[in-house]
Design a protein around this ligand. Structure first.
Ligand SMILES: CC(C)(COP(=O)(O)OP(=O)(O)OC[C@H]1O[C@@H](n2cnc3c(N)ncnc32)[C@H](O)[C@@H]1OP(=O)(O)O)[C@@H](O)C(=O)NCCC(=O)NCCS
Length: 232
Protein backbone atom coordinates (compact mmCIF):
# COMPACT_ATOMS: atom_id res chain seq x y z
CA UNK A 1 0.00 0.00 0.00
CA UNK A 2 1.30 3.44 -0.90
CA UNK A 3 2.12 5.54 2.15
CA UNK A 4 2.20 8.74 0.08
CA UNK A 5 -0.67 11.24 -0.03
CA UNK A 6 -1.27 12.02 -3.72
CA UNK A 7 -4.08 14.56 -3.25
CA UNK A 8 -2.24 16.54 -0.59
CA UNK A 9 0.86 16.64 -2.78
CA UNK A 10 -1.01 17.51 -5.97
CA UNK A 11 -2.60 20.47 -4.19
CA UNK A 12 0.79 21.54 -2.84
CA UNK A 13 2.35 21.37 -6.32
CA UNK A 14 -0.50 23.41 -7.80
CA UNK A 15 -0.31 26.01 -5.05
CA UNK A 16 3.42 26.42 -5.74
CA UNK A 17 2.87 26.67 -9.49
CA UNK A 18 5.08 23.61 -10.15
CA UNK A 19 4.44 21.60 -13.28
CA UNK A 20 5.91 18.39 -14.67
CA UNK A 21 6.97 18.39 -18.33
CA UNK A 22 9.01 16.05 -20.55
CA UNK A 23 12.73 16.84 -20.41
CA UNK A 24 13.96 18.79 -23.44
CA UNK A 25 17.44 19.88 -24.47
CA UNK A 26 16.78 23.35 -23.07
CA UNK A 27 16.42 21.77 -19.60
CA UNK A 28 19.86 20.11 -19.74
CA UNK A 29 21.61 22.72 -17.58
CA UNK A 30 18.87 22.49 -14.92
CA UNK A 31 18.93 18.69 -14.99
CA UNK A 32 22.73 18.73 -14.63
CA UNK A 33 22.41 21.04 -11.63
CA UNK A 34 19.88 18.68 -9.99
CA UNK A 35 22.23 15.78 -10.63
CA UNK A 36 25.14 17.62 -8.97
CA UNK A 37 23.02 18.50 -5.95
CA UNK A 38 21.78 14.97 -5.49
CA UNK A 39 24.65 12.73 -6.47
CA UNK A 40 27.71 14.26 -4.88
CA UNK A 41 30.42 11.61 -4.57
CA UNK A 42 29.17 9.65 -7.58
CA UNK A 43 31.38 9.39 -10.63
CA UNK A 44 29.28 11.36 -13.13
CA UNK A 45 28.97 14.23 -10.64
CA UNK A 46 32.76 14.29 -10.26
CA UNK A 47 33.06 14.81 -14.02
CA UNK A 48 31.34 18.15 -13.48
CA UNK A 49 28.54 20.31 -14.76
CA UNK A 50 29.86 20.64 -18.32
CA UNK A 51 29.99 16.87 -18.75
CA UNK A 52 26.54 16.41 -17.21
CA UNK A 53 25.06 19.14 -19.39
CA UNK A 54 26.33 17.31 -22.48
CA UNK A 55 24.92 14.08 -21.12
CA UNK A 56 21.43 15.49 -20.51
CA UNK A 57 21.45 17.37 -23.83
CA UNK A 58 22.08 14.06 -25.58
CA UNK A 59 19.58 12.19 -23.42
CA UNK A 60 16.63 14.60 -23.59
CA UNK A 61 14.04 13.32 -26.02
CA UNK A 62 16.22 10.35 -27.10
CA UNK A 63 14.20 7.29 -28.15
CA UNK A 64 15.90 5.12 -25.51
CA UNK A 65 15.31 7.49 -22.59
CA UNK A 66 12.50 8.74 -20.40
CA UNK A 67 12.98 12.15 -18.80
CA UNK A 68 10.84 14.61 -16.92
CA UNK A 69 11.58 17.87 -15.17
CA UNK A 70 9.63 19.87 -12.63
CA UNK A 71 9.48 23.58 -13.43
CA UNK A 72 8.54 26.32 -11.00
CA UNK A 73 6.48 29.36 -12.00
CA UNK A 74 9.66 31.04 -13.27
CA UNK A 75 10.44 28.01 -15.50
CA UNK A 76 13.42 27.03 -13.34
CA UNK A 77 14.14 23.31 -13.03
CA UNK A 78 13.42 22.29 -9.43
CA UNK A 79 13.44 18.52 -9.98
CA UNK A 80 14.42 15.97 -12.59
CA UNK A 81 13.90 12.29 -13.21
CA UNK A 82 15.80 10.35 -15.84
CA UNK A 83 15.27 6.80 -17.05
CA UNK A 84 16.45 4.40 -19.72
CA UNK A 85 14.42 2.09 -21.90
CA UNK A 86 17.49 0.28 -23.20
CA UNK A 87 20.72 1.36 -21.48
CA UNK A 88 23.02 -0.59 -23.80
CA UNK A 89 21.63 0.92 -26.99
CA UNK A 90 21.57 4.41 -25.48
CA UNK A 91 25.18 4.39 -24.22
CA UNK A 92 26.52 2.81 -27.40
CA UNK A 93 24.90 5.45 -29.55
CA UNK A 94 26.02 8.21 -27.20
CA UNK A 95 29.64 7.11 -27.45
CA UNK A 96 29.50 6.65 -31.20
CA UNK A 97 27.94 10.05 -31.91
CA UNK A 98 29.21 12.29 -29.13
CA UNK A 99 32.51 10.81 -27.95
CA UNK A 100 34.34 14.04 -28.82
CA UNK A 101 32.06 16.17 -26.59
CA UNK A 102 32.49 13.79 -23.65
CA UNK A 103 36.24 13.52 -24.24
CA UNK A 104 36.50 17.32 -24.23
CA UNK A 105 34.59 17.60 -20.96
CA UNK A 106 36.69 14.84 -19.37
CA UNK A 107 40.00 16.66 -19.87
CA UNK A 108 39.76 18.88 -16.80
CA UNK A 109 38.55 16.13 -14.41
CA UNK A 110 41.37 13.86 -15.65
CA UNK A 111 43.94 16.61 -15.12
CA UNK A 112 42.54 17.14 -11.61
CA UNK A 113 42.71 13.45 -10.77
CA UNK A 114 44.52 11.22 -13.31
CA UNK A 115 43.65 8.17 -11.20
CA UNK A 116 40.10 8.33 -12.61
CA UNK A 117 41.26 7.22 -16.08
CA UNK A 118 40.54 3.48 -15.55
CA UNK A 119 37.15 4.37 -14.08
CA UNK A 120 36.45 6.63 -17.05
CA UNK A 121 37.32 3.87 -19.51
CA UNK A 122 35.09 1.47 -17.62
CA UNK A 123 32.27 4.05 -17.74
CA UNK A 124 32.45 3.95 -21.55
CA UNK A 125 31.20 0.38 -21.43
CA UNK A 126 28.99 0.86 -18.41
CA UNK A 127 25.36 -0.08 -18.74
CA UNK A 128 24.30 0.25 -15.14
CA UNK A 129 23.91 -2.55 -12.62
CA UNK A 130 20.82 -4.50 -13.66
CA UNK A 131 19.46 -6.72 -10.89
CA UNK A 132 19.32 -10.53 -11.05
CA UNK A 133 15.83 -10.39 -12.37
CA UNK A 134 14.38 -12.17 -15.38
CA UNK A 135 11.82 -9.69 -16.66
CA UNK A 136 12.31 -8.25 -20.15
CA UNK A 137 12.22 -5.50 -21.12
CA UNK A 138 13.49 -3.99 -17.89
CA UNK A 139 13.76 -0.18 -17.73
CA UNK A 140 16.12 1.73 -15.44
CA UNK A 141 15.54 4.90 -13.46
CA UNK A 142 19.05 5.96 -12.47
CA UNK A 143 18.28 9.43 -11.17
CA UNK A 144 15.53 11.33 -9.43
CA UNK A 145 16.43 14.52 -7.64
CA UNK A 146 14.61 17.52 -6.24
CA UNK A 147 16.08 20.87 -5.21
CA UNK A 148 16.26 21.01 -1.40
CA UNK A 149 13.90 24.01 -1.20
CA UNK A 150 11.25 22.13 -3.18
CA UNK A 151 11.42 18.79 -1.37
CA UNK A 152 8.47 17.28 0.53
CA UNK A 153 5.95 18.95 -1.76
CA UNK A 154 5.26 15.97 -3.99
CA UNK A 155 7.72 16.84 -6.80
CA UNK A 156 9.50 13.47 -6.78
CA UNK A 157 6.22 11.56 -6.55
CA UNK A 158 4.88 13.45 -9.58
CA UNK A 159 8.12 13.01 -11.55
CA UNK A 160 8.31 9.29 -10.89
CA UNK A 161 4.66 8.79 -11.66
CA UNK A 162 5.09 10.56 -15.01
CA UNK A 163 8.18 8.45 -15.75
CA UNK A 164 6.46 5.15 -14.89
CA UNK A 165 3.45 6.07 -17.04
CA UNK A 166 5.79 6.81 -19.93
CA UNK A 167 7.63 3.50 -19.46
CA UNK A 168 4.30 1.68 -19.64
CA UNK A 169 3.21 3.68 -22.69
CA UNK A 170 6.41 2.49 -24.39
CA UNK A 171 5.87 -1.14 -23.48
CA UNK A 172 8.13 -1.37 -20.41
CA UNK A 173 6.25 -2.70 -17.38
CA UNK A 174 9.13 -3.31 -14.98
CA UNK A 175 11.76 -0.75 -13.96
CA UNK A 176 14.69 -0.91 -11.56
CA UNK A 177 16.69 1.68 -9.71
CA UNK A 178 19.66 1.60 -7.39
CA UNK A 179 20.50 3.67 -4.36
CA UNK A 180 23.02 3.73 -1.54
CA UNK A 181 22.47 0.96 0.96
CA UNK A 182 24.02 2.77 3.92
CA UNK A 183 23.07 6.02 5.68
CA UNK A 184 20.23 6.48 3.22
CA UNK A 185 17.10 5.59 5.21
CA UNK A 186 15.11 8.59 4.03
CA UNK A 187 15.55 7.83 0.33
CA UNK A 188 15.01 4.09 0.81
CA UNK A 189 11.87 4.83 2.84
CA UNK A 190 10.67 7.10 0.06
CA UNK A 191 11.00 4.38 -2.59
CA UNK A 192 9.24 1.89 -0.36
CA UNK A 193 6.42 4.35 0.25
CA UNK A 194 6.15 4.75 -3.54
CA UNK A 195 5.56 1.00 -3.85
CA UNK A 196 9.03 0.02 -5.13
CA UNK A 197 10.18 -3.41 -3.93
CA UNK A 198 13.58 -3.99 -2.42
CA UNK A 199 15.26 -6.92 -4.15
CA UNK A 200 18.82 -7.07 -2.85
CA UNK A 201 22.26 -5.59 -2.31
CA UNK A 202 25.37 -5.35 -4.44
CA UNK A 203 28.76 -3.67 -4.13
CA UNK A 204 30.33 -1.56 -6.86
CA UNK A 205 33.97 -2.08 -7.91
CA UNK A 206 34.68 1.06 -5.81
CA UNK A 207 33.34 -0.82 -2.73
CA UNK A 208 30.16 1.27 -2.52
CA UNK A 209 27.34 -0.79 -1.06
CA UNK A 210 24.16 -0.28 -3.05
CA UNK A 211 20.70 -1.79 -3.24
CA UNK A 212 18.16 -2.49 -5.94
CA UNK A 213 14.50 -1.56 -6.00
CA UNK A 214 12.02 -2.64 -8.64
CA UNK A 215 8.70 -1.22 -9.76
CA UNK A 216 6.21 -3.53 -11.46
CA UNK A 217 3.26 -2.12 -13.37
CA UNK A 218 0.27 -2.91 -11.12
CA UNK A 219 -1.97 -3.30 -14.20
CA UNK A 220 -0.04 -6.46 -15.20
CA UNK A 221 -0.78 -9.82 -13.61
CA UNK A 222 2.66 -10.91 -12.45
CA UNK A 223 3.55 -14.44 -11.40
CA UNK A 224 3.98 -14.59 -7.60
CA UNK A 225 7.70 -15.39 -7.88
CA UNK A 226 8.48 -12.50 -10.27
CA UNK A 227 10.34 -10.67 -7.51
CA UNK A 228 12.93 -12.78 -5.71
CA UNK A 229 12.37 -12.62 -1.96
CA UNK A 230 14.96 -10.43 -0.25
CA UNK A 231 15.52 -9.30 3.29
CA UNK A 232 16.48 -5.67 3.91
C1 LIG B 1 14.45 11.43 -2.45
C2 LIG B 1 13.88 12.69 -3.07
C3 LIG B 1 13.97 12.55 -4.60
C4 LIG B 1 12.43 12.87 -2.64
O1 LIG B 1 11.94 14.03 -3.26
P1 LIG B 1 10.72 14.89 -2.67
O2 LIG B 1 10.27 15.80 -3.77
O3 LIG B 1 11.09 15.51 -1.40
O4 LIG B 1 9.62 13.79 -2.40
P2 LIG B 1 8.06 14.05 -2.45
O5 LIG B 1 7.76 15.36 -1.83
O6 LIG B 1 7.56 13.83 -3.84
O7 LIG B 1 7.53 12.87 -1.56
C5 LIG B 1 7.61 12.96 -0.18
C6 LIG B 1 6.56 12.02 0.35
O8 LIG B 1 7.01 10.67 0.19
C7 LIG B 1 6.71 9.94 1.37
N1 LIG B 1 7.97 9.62 2.01
C8 LIG B 1 9.16 10.21 1.82
N2 LIG B 1 10.11 9.61 2.55
C9 LIG B 1 9.49 8.66 3.23
C10 LIG B 1 9.92 7.70 4.19
N3 LIG B 1 11.19 7.62 4.56
N4 LIG B 1 8.99 6.83 4.68
C11 LIG B 1 7.71 6.92 4.30
N5 LIG B 1 7.25 7.83 3.42
C12 LIG B 1 8.12 8.66 2.89
C13 LIG B 1 5.89 10.85 2.26
O9 LIG B 1 4.52 10.71 1.94
C14 LIG B 1 6.37 12.21 1.83
O10 LIG B 1 5.41 13.20 2.00
P3 LIG B 1 5.43 14.09 3.32
O11 LIG B 1 6.83 14.67 3.39
O12 LIG B 1 4.40 15.10 3.04
O13 LIG B 1 5.12 13.12 4.41
C15 LIG B 1 14.64 13.97 -2.61
O14 LIG B 1 14.75 13.93 -1.20
C16 LIG B 1 16.02 14.11 -3.18
O15 LIG B 1 16.18 14.68 -4.25
N6 LIG B 1 17.01 13.62 -2.48
C17 LIG B 1 18.39 13.77 -2.91
C18 LIG B 1 18.66 12.95 -4.15
C19 LIG B 1 18.53 11.50 -3.93
O16 LIG B 1 19.04 10.98 -2.96
N7 LIG B 1 17.82 10.87 -4.88
C20 LIG B 1 17.66 9.46 -4.89
C21 LIG B 1 18.93 8.85 -5.35
S1 LIG B 1 18.75 7.27 -6.03
Amino acid sequence: MLKTHPEKHQQLLRSKGVRIVPMERKHAAGAAEMHLLAFRGFFLAFLGKGFLRQFYRAAAGHKETVGYVALDDGDNVVGACFGLINARRFYRELLRKRWWAFALHSIWPVLRRPAIIPRLLRACKHEGYPPPFSVHPLGALPSTAVRPGSQSTGVAIALMRAACQEFVRRGVHAVYLTTDANSNDMVRGFYKAMGWKFIGYYTTPESRRMCWYVWLDPAVKWAPDTIPSAKE
